[in-house]
Write a protein that binds this ligand. Structure first.
Ligand SMILES: Cc1cc2nc3c(=O)[nH]c(=O)nc-3n(C[C@H](O)[C@H](O)[C@H](O)COP(=O)(O)OP(=O)(O)OC[C@H]3O[C@@H](n4cnc5c(N)ncnc54)[C@H](O)[C@@H]3O)c2cc1C
Ligand code: SF4
Length: 510
């Protein structure tokens, strides 16, 4: 069988197809499963609603790239507009637009899943080969000292001055030229993401990838052959067009923790856990302004993390605490995060070359929920609780201390009303940050938990093989299944778990 990438917006296609395995989503979860299952001899078809963007098609222009590479053109948020929910929508998924940091799922987290969530199959020993495989596929390496830009170096400088722990993060870039637009795709194709590893390997094993095709509903959940109803999209992915029907023995959902649950809910499949337990790992930005030019938009955006405040695994919650990571942004996203408009906002943006910034990542406990209204509209419901607000404020205090120790002229917390600090005496202002809904530009890059794995249908939406309860042959192979935060980053954990579940499926003769 010959593999192929077929553009559903223009290439000829029959109205109906029958395959062994239909995978929905071509990101870390989907591309990995496609590779393993095609290599195992299964006829695999992957549906991907995004287009295929590599090399010069990644134009480095904010407007065009958010429009084409992100879900809802980068404008997706929780229903109360409190948290921006960022997700990739492109062949290769989020790996194409992510910050390229590689952090594995730790033994502590796996032991927690075994003890607290009954996932006895997810032992460190069983997952170890797949974790190693994921790290090897990602070409995991540590950036050289000369690749750390001033933004990351300043975060490290302040952290070290305070005697706190931190690390240069592993990444999956090879031959990075430091252009700095990773979050809207690398025009030099230097990220070893699924588009350049799992997808070519899956193609070689005969998998077919249909881009610009959206799965809209699944029928026949308990039949031998399931039916996936899909729609072809136009070239830009704006409008649904002709229908397409795929019949498959196995349907694997790897559309991301929001879309996988959305599709099950739209199809009326699964138990009451589907859509619940959503984790967003909210991230709060903090900006520092230095007298010297930082030019944080040049070089690798995110390569240093402050690990001092992470807790490897608490008894009831798993990985906890908070983590601080340097970050940069292209002008569009930075301007949208700065809580000023008009003349004041414009003046502030003229200082763009002097900005340094960090994201403060706080693991959560799954209080969110994905819903689909009868009109078909997606709702992402999520509310910070008091404990989280306290932890976010503690993270803001720590970050502000770091920047002041590194010599920042001013630290700005972009909340409404913005908090500006120029000495330790101003840190008291942080206690007044309410973090009330829609008052802070919180964002989420790591969604998890909406069809969580559990050996018991009373506690989760899918069994430890990823099989969605109440179905025969419909699986989730993405972070929907994670019962708690797998790590501070999701790419390596999703690849690990997808390999593990794919091999289990093959071993069962599926
Ligand atoms: C801005 C940003 C930065 C990040 N930085 C990092 C980082 O540095 N390190 C890290 O480890 N992680 C990072 N992440 C997270 C990580 O990239 C994602 O968790 C991961 O890519 C998710 O993989 P996935 O396979 O579950 O889903 P995705 O990669 O989201 O892939 C799902 C695919 O399914 C498609 N799809 C959805 N619904 C349908 C449908 N109905 N029909 C057809 N196709 C559909 C989507 O278009 C998408 O391409 C970041 C994420 C973002 C958004
Ligand atoms: S910083 Fe490196 S990986 Fe990112 S866009 Fe530039 S060359 Fe590509």
């Amino acid at each position: 069988m010959t593999g192929a990438i077929i553009d559903g917006s223009k290439d000829p296609l029959p109205d109906a197809l029958t395959v062994d395995v239909c995978i929905i989503g071509s990101g870390c979860g989907g591309a990995t499963a496609a590779w393993d299952l095609a290599k195992g001899g299964r006829e695999v078809l992957v549906l991907e609603e995004g287009g295929d963007y590599t090399g010069p098609r990644l134009t480095q222009r904010d407007g065009e790239m958010y429009d084409q590479l992100y879900m809802d053109r980068g404008g997706r948020s929780t229903t109360d507009l409190s948290i921006s929910v960022l997700q990739g929508r492109v062949l290769g998924g989020g790996g194409v637009i992510n910050a390229s940091d590689v952090v594995s799922i730790s033994d502590d987290v796996l032991v927690h899943w075994q003890k607290q969530h009954g996932l006895t199959d997810f032992s460190p020993a069983q997952l170890a080969p797949f974790r190693d495989q994921a790290l090897a596929e990602l070409h995991t390496n540590v950036p050289a000292e000369g690749q750390l830009n001033a933004n990351n170096r300043l975060l490290r400088q302040g952290t070290q001055k305070l005697g706190w722990a931190g690390e240069v993060m592993h990444h999956n870039r090879v031959g990075c030229a430091g252009i700095g637009t990773c979050l809207i795709g690398c025009p030099l194709d230097r990220k070893k993401n699924p588009r350049f590893v799992a997808i070519p390997a899956a193609l070689e094993s005969g998998a077919r990838f249909l881009t610009r095709v959206r799965a809209v509903r699944i029928e026949g959940a308990t039949s031998e052959l399931k039916t996936v109803h899909a729609r072809r999209l136009d070239a830009k992915g704006y409008r649904e067009g002709a229908p397409l029907t795929i019949r498959a023995r196995h349907v694997i959902l790897a559309a991301n923790a929001i879309a996988s649950a959305q599709l099950l809910l739209r199809s009326g499949l699964g138990n009451e856990h589907v859509g619940r337990h959503l984790m967003l790992q909210p991230q709060q930005p903090v900006v520092a302004i230095f007298d010297e030019e930082v030019r944080f938009f040049r070089g690798i955006p995110q390569s240093y993390a402050v690990t001092q405040f992470e807790e490897p695994a608490t008894a009831d919650r798993g990985w906890w605490g908070f983590r601080i990571e340097a970050i940069s942004g292209t002008p569009g996203i930075v301007a949208s995060l700065i809580p000023e408009v008009g003349e004041v906002g414009t003046k502030l943006m003229t200082g763009y070359p002097h900005f340094a910034a960090s994201l403060l990542l706080t693991p959560d406990h799954g209080q969110g929920r994905v819903k689909v209204e009868s009109s078909g509209r997606l709702r992402i419901e999520y509310a910070l609780d008091d404990e989280q607000r306290t932890r976010i404020r503690a993270a803001i205090v720590a970050t502000s201390k770091i920047y002041l120790a590194a010599g920042a002229r001013q630290v700005v917390v972009p909340v409404s009303v913005p908090v500006r600090m120029s000495s330790e005496a101003d840190l008291a202002l942080i206690a007044g940050i309410s973090l009330a809904p829609a008052t802070s530009p919180l964002m989420s890059a790591h969604q998890m938990g909406t069809v969580r794995f559990s050996p018991n249908a009373k506690d989760g939406g899918a069994d430890p093989d990823g099989l969605v309860y109440g179905t025969r042959g419909i699986y989730v192979f993405d972070s929907s299944g994670f019962p708690t935060s797998a790590s501070s980053h999701t790419m390596a954990p999703i690849i690990t778990v997808s390999h593990y579940l794919s091999q289990k499926l093959l071993a069962r003769g599926g």
